[in-house]
Design a protein around this ligand. Structure first.
Ligand SMILES: NC(=O)c1ccc[n+]([C@@H]2O[C@H](COP(=O)([O-])OP(=O)(O)OC[C@H]3O[C@@H](n4cnc5c(N)ncnc54)[C@H](OP(=O)(O)O)[C@@H]3O)[C@@H](O)[C@H]2O)c1
Length: 474
């Protein structure tokens, strides 16, 4: 048997350290050998929760299956696991030293399978080294002092050409990005997040991660039956439901306004607003308020919601965050305000969608500038290509061709979660992100907007909204 014993002191409250370590998926962020970790059981982490961990072992890999066999919140965790070479028992104890300082004591006992004991003696020194490095990495992760995000040289080079930028949209792009990510250990307890479009696809995956991270979550959905199913699914997945569910059809500006009034009435400041709800409409239709529905849902709605919520987002001790979910489709279009509302004759769903998303990307940059003094950071992200109900319904042909390279909803949602949660993500504003890195907003020079179009966008939004209201009254 090899026994490793390590102790670290970290400047974090004991609850926060316990929550982070107990979710053993985080091993990929600190363990010296873990490259992939998954939670196999549904529900919150507790006694009986099972994980699979894939570790580097020489030139190959070793798969380990773990189960939490003891779970005493804020005090002790025991995980027992095994693979083809050994079984392992991890006993991790947590002690609060006061002043938000925590001592973590880690004992790992490896018992090699019959006939492999000699191997154990040979590798003892290597195991000790691996234990030390892992605990140093855990201490660093929990210190949570990552530098501000910036694009790597490789990413900048890829963004220089359409042919190298597009593969980044696939699951392989996600895997590439993942290799350089830093630990995301911020605890969201006490942070209030408002998320639209939470009952499906990327929004659902985002909500699950944020609930697991302890956020206070207000979700917006439009269908009461879907909202009820969503709450059941949240409970089954995380042991929690969203704290508040608001119903609103976000393609109707009157409902956006009444939603923002209800959110004001909650009198709970908003730390993070995620404008995620969206859809690609292949056919032309107008909303009951008389406006083409793509532009209503994808641009006017997030603009109006964010602007109306400004008083509850303003002047926090740490910056409030606004996250606009856009799309790589916007790379095909140039901002021209007069072309944002398409007529039935010229309507093409993908073009209308891409134009609205392009305008939302520019709006993100404009708002970031205007709201800097209010301590609000505004960023956009695009998820790449993810296999969600939205893609299945609106783009069946695209899905058929790209199915093997599409991301999972959780992979597509990862950067939304990171922008909402990571401590370093509030140190930049006005950027477009993919896979936790700022990316170019133009892949071809011909999509760069003229300065006068850019300057006009905010006025265009106000004018269009006012016209709508006139129509409404008329
Ligand atoms: N998946 C991708 O590859 C991809 C790529 C680029 C960008 N995006 C963007 O990512 C976001 C999420 O997309 P997704 O793929 O996760 O789509 P999804 O699976 O269709 O989910 C969209 C969510 O938005 C909600 N929603 C749609 N219209 C609404 C309305 N009028 N009022 C209120 N809620 C409404 C939907 O509610 P219902 O269930 O009631 O319809 C659903 O919860 C969208 O902004 C989309 O444009 C996705």
């Amino acid at each position: 048997m090899i026994t490793l014993t390590e102790t670290i002191d970290v400047p974090r409250p004991v609850e926060s350290c316990f929550r982070y370590v107990a979710d053993f998926r985080t091993t990929v962020e600190w363990d010296a050998t873990a490259v992939e970790a998954n939670k196999l059981s549904q529900g919150p982490v507790d006694q009986g929760t099972q994980f699979s961990v894939r570790c580097k072992a020489g030139r190959g890999h070793l798969n380990l299956a773990y189960e939490v066999t003891e779970f005493v919140p804020w005090q002790c965790l025991v995980l027992e696991g095994g693979g083809r070479w050994f079984t392992v028992k991890d006993v991790i104890t947590f002690e609060s030293l006061g002043n938000d300082l925590t001592r973590i004591h880690y004992v790992a006992e490896f018992t090699f399978r019959r006939g492999l004991q000699r191997l154990a003696t040979r590798f003892e020194r290597g195991f000790e080294k691996m234990g030390q490095v892992s605990m140093e990495r855990l201490a660093r992760a929990l210190k949570d002092d990552n530098p501000p995000p910036e694009a790597s040289q490789d990413t900048q080079r890829r963004d220089g050409k359409l042919t190298s930028a597009l593969p980044c949209f696939t699951r392989y792009g996600y895997r590439r990005g993942q290799k350089t990510w830093r630990p995301m250990t911020a605890d969201m307890t006490g942070k209030h997040v408002v998320l639209t479009g939470a009952n499906a696809g990327l929004g659902f995956a985002t909500a699950v991660s944020l609930l697991e991270a302890g956020a206070t979550l207000t979700v917006v959905a439009r269908d009461p039956a879907k909202a009820a199913d969503m709450q059941h699914a949240f409970k089954a997945e995380t042991g929690r439901e969203a704290d508040t569910v608001e119903l609103a059809d976000l393609s109707l500006l009157s409902q956006v306004t009444s939603l923002s009034e209800r959110l004001h009435a909650q009198s709970q400041p908003i730390d993070v607003l995620i404008n995620n709800a969206g859809a690609l409409f292949n056919d032309y239709a107008e909303t009951a308020e008389g406006i083409e529905r793509s532009i209503a849902l994808l641009l006017l709605s997030p603009w109006k919601l964010t602007e109306s919520l400004l008083p509850t987002l303003k002047n926090h001790a740490r910056p409030a965050r606004v996250i606009n979910v856009v799309s790589g489709g916007m790379y095909t279009q140039k901002l021209r305000c007069d072309e944002l509302i398409m007529t039935p004759d010229e309507y093409n769903g993908s073009v209308a969608y891409a134009r609205a998303k392009r305008a939302l990307t520019v709006l993100t940059e404009l708002c970031a500038e205007v709201w800097r003094d209010h301590n609000i950071v505004v960023n956009s992200m695009h998820p790449g290509w993810a296999d969600t109900p939205g893609v299945q319904t609106a783009l069946p042909g695209f899905r058929r061709v790209t199915k093997r390279v599409l991301r999972s909803p959780a992979e597509g949602a990862d950067t939304i979660v990171w922008l909402a949660r990571a401590s370093e993500a509030d140190q930049v504003s006005g950027k477009l992100f993919l896979d936790r890195e700022p990316r170019t907003t133009h892949l071809r020079p011909r999509t760069e907007e003229r300065p006068e179009e850019r300057a006009r966008l905010l006025d265009w939004l106000t004018e269009t909204y006012n016209t709508l209201h006139l129509n409404d009254k008329g």
